[in-house]
Ligand binder design. Structure first.
Ligand SMILES: [Zn+2]
Length: 457
């Protein structure tokens, strides 16, 4: 990675003569947004500069109709995580939209998704391909942009249509989570590319196909990008009130298969080994772990097994999720799970197998991450938004990036709510508002001479 401190910029921002694009308004509004007295690096080396970012922010306002239309077009494509064809259509559409930025594009296949079936077999499902776009890998500041293309709504889910709830609120699958965010990312980067600040920032975008199932296929791509970047900007929706997600819990998804022995329930009941009973005992003991360690919650969420009631059931599967607050909670959970599994496996004729693991580490905020939030807050303030960052039990790719040591904000997408339900909505005004927030952050980062704070642990 390039060093984060340069004694002198190649040019002073105030000396940058003109924007490259001809259609940027040249007048300055009253609402001049300046970095004077605003965010600055904690150490010496910062030179005070007054910079007017408003031409590029104002340009974003002119893009509202296009942003809305593009968001609608993306949301009209079903891209449930296992609908690989739909996810790939979204990818093709994004490749077209993002071609305006002039980066180098690469389509990257990811590993198939593995899933424990009701019969206890591992099934595999192909996923859509990821799309990576890179530009200026030699620039002094390298930023990772990420947004997922998939939604939680499978191709046969009843929620497929968009509808206006009122003039400002659009209801539709993925409008907030996070197709609107993809367009926010696009316009923020377009504004940067049109500005004279662009050459300070190199960027790498990853559109991944599988975030809603825990990013099993794309996690290696995120970890790989972490080797090349200084910070991350991820376009999950903000909280409904507009605030950003700060610390996030870690999460693990697990599947359990218990096998016993089938037998006729009347004639040879004594020869059977009941897998459903063994699973029930396992789940009860598992659920009893709740409350034993602060910050750790366990949710048995699914069970399926058995068949005809005149047969002792020989197979039962279940799925559960664990959330945890601290990285060290993982070891505690593994130890408890091993104990429970050993207890069940001691039973005559019963075997229990556990699949899965902790795909998302807890997102703990480093010093650099806190400063990045302060930058977002200041930029929001300049734009008339009051932004706080709040802890959440939810997870996303920001967890993965933080686990790799990269400070990031992962809720830079649109303002909306009721995500993962048929009531999901997007506050359409937030399309331009949030694009301006990201664009201003990028331009301020570009204009800052000392970025060593990004290395704070
Ligand atoms: Zn999402």
């Amino acid at each position: 990675m390039p060093p984060l401190f340069f004694a002198e910029l190649r040019y002073r921002i105030s000396e940058v003569p003109v924007a490259k694009s001809t259609d940027i308004p040249l007048h300055f509004t009253n609402n001049v947004i300046s970095n004077k007295g605003a965010h600055r690096a904690p150490e010496k080396g910062q030179t005070s500069m007054t910079t007017d970012f408003s031409p590029w922010l104002n340009w974003i306002d002119t893009q509202y109709d296009e942003m809305l239309n593009s968001t609608i077009a993306l949301a009209e494509i079903n891209s449930g995580s296992l609908n690989a064809a739909g996810v790939n259509r979204v990818r093709q559409q994004l490749a077209e939209y993002f071609s305006v930025l002039g980066g180098e594009m690469e389509v990257i296949p990811v590993a198939d998704y593995e899933h424990l079936s009701a019969s206890g077999e591992i099934e595999t499902f192909p996923l859509g391909d990821a799309l990576r776009i890179r530009k200026r890998p030699e620039a002094p500041l390298q930023i990772f942009f990420c947004g997922h293309m998939d939604t939680v709504f499978a191709i046969d889910h009843p929620f497929q249509q968009l509808k206006w709830l009122d003039d400002e609120t659009l209801n539709g699958p993925g409008v907030a989570d996070l197709k609107g965010g993809l367009i926010v990312m696009l316009k923020a980067l377009e504004a940067l590319e049109r500005s004279p600040f662009a050459d300070q920032i190199g960027w790498e975008i990853l559109f991944n196909p599988d975030e809603e199932i825990g990013s099993p296929g794309s996690a290696p791509l995120i970890a790989d990008a972490a080797n090349r970047v200084h910070l991350g900007m991820i376009y999950e929706p903000s909280f409904p009130d507009g605030n950003l997600a700060g610390e996030r819990k870690g999460s693990g998804n697990f599947s359990v298969c218990v096998r016993g022995k089938a037998a006729h329930a009347g004639r040879e009941h004594h020869l059977g080994r009941n897998a459903v009973r063994a699973m029930c005992d396992f789940i009860s003991a598992l659920d009893d772990l709740n409350g034993q360690r602060p910050g750790v919650t366990i949710n048995p969420g699914f069970i399926e097994g058995g068949g005809a009631v005149n047969i002792v059931p020989d197979t039962c599967i279940s799925r559960f999720n664990i959330r945890l607050e601290k990285p060290e909670d993982e070891g505690w959970c593994h130890d408890r799970l091993e104990e429970l599994i050993a207890q069940i496996n001691q039973r005559d004729g019963i075997s229990l197998e556990l699949h899965g693991g902790f795909g998302r580490k807890p997102k703990v905020l480093s010093g650099a991450n806190l400063k990045l939030f302060q930058l977002a807050q200041e930029c929001g303030h300049s734009l008339g938004m009051q932004l706080e960052w709040l802890p959440t039990g939810g997870c996303c790719d920001g967890n993965n990036l933080a686990a790799a040591g990269i400070p990031n904000i992962d809720t830079l997408g649109v303002q909306g709510g009721k995500i993962h339900s048929s009531d999901e909505y997007l506050k359409v005004k937030s399309l331009t508002e949030r694009a301006k927030l990201s664009a201003l952050m990028l331009m301020k980062l570009a204009a800052s001479e000392d970025r060593r704070w990004l290395e704070e642990t």
